[in-house]
Design a protein around this ligand. Structure first.
Ligand code: ATP
Ligand code: BTN
Length: 242
């Protein structure tokens, strides 16, 4: 890849408590350089997509990275997802991407990614990883932490140390060879081949997940033919039998 890539210099802002690291990062994004990272030990208003809440007690890794790619490209979410998958592999945890914005391990959600931006000015890449935190009672069936899988506590700071180089690596691929980024996403997306229910504002679709296209969209084979589902506020559910 080209040598004119500017290496990201991380500048880490560590907070004890914050509403949401994404909100904090958005407040400072215009005046902060690319590579500014906001990490909090606890979020009191951590959020997922569409204002859904994200449980963020002490013990997890809750961070937002300010990036300035100079273009609007929803595929940036996959930089976060792939970096998490690689970081988990470093700790011996095998995981996969649940398109479009979650990372799953052992059949449960271990991390979520939320990108927010202002046009081509900046993007905030928010990443939440269950490290040592307990997942709330009502999410026990669907969520898991690194601690539960490893049986040992890893300081969130060490997880961050591992994660950042993977973010810069995949960010570079995103900037220079988005086709390669999407190739890796395809490889790591575990829903392919399975039947899923896609929930969108416009309604629901059921079909077999066939492929992730280079533009980041999901190709579904439905009873009425092939349908392309564009990345957005889309939720997926697995379907056992239809
Ligand atoms: P999913 O498909 O995983 O149900 P979604 O795509 O419909 O989620 P998102 O906005 O991506 O919705 O994620 C928010 C959801 O994640 C919440 O509604 C909650 O169910 C779940 N969640 C909240 N906190 C955590 C956490 N710490 N770990 C795992 N899952 C969480
Ligand atoms: C999702 O699965 O919906 C995405 C969850 C994203 C959670 C992270 S935690 C750090 C950052 N700050 C937030 O409020 N949300 C993201």
């Amino acid at each position: 890849m080209g040598d004119n890539f500017r290496k990201i210099e991380w500048q880490i802002i560590r907070l004890e408590e914050v509403d949401s690291t994404n909100e904090y990062a958005k407040r400072i994004a215009e005046t902060s350089p690319e590579g500014t990272v906001v990490v909090a030990r606890r979020q009191i208003a951590g959020k997922g997509r569409k204002g859904r809440s994200w449980a963020s007690p002490k013990g997890g890794l809750w961070l937002s990275v300010i990036l300035k790619p100079g273009r609007v490209d929803p595929r940036l979410v996959f930089v976060g997802a792939l970096a998490v998958v690689d970081m988990l592999a470093d700790f011996g945890i095998s995981s996969g991407i649940k398109w479009p914005n979650d990372v799953w391990a052992a059949g449960k959600k271990i991390a979520g990614i939320l990108t927010e931006g202002k046009g081509s000015e900046y993007v905030v890449l928010g990443i939440g990883i269950n490290v040592n935190n307990l997942v709330p009672e009502e999410l026990r069936e669907s969520a898991v932490s690194m601690f539960e899988l490893l049986g040992t506590k890893i300081p969130p700071e060490r997880v961050l140390e591992r994660l950042l180089p993977h973010i810069s690596g995949w960010y570079r691929v995103f900037l220079e060879r988005p086709d390669l980024l999407m190739g890796k996403v395809r490889e790591k997306t575990f829903i392919l081949g399975g039947t899923v229910r896609v929930i969108q504002d416009e309604g629901e679709l059921i079909g077999r997940a066939i492929d992730i296209l280079d533009d980041g969209s999901l190709l579904l084979e439905t009873s009425s033919g092939l349908r392309r589902v564009v990345y957005g506020d889309v939720s997926l559910r697995f379907v056992e039998h239809i």
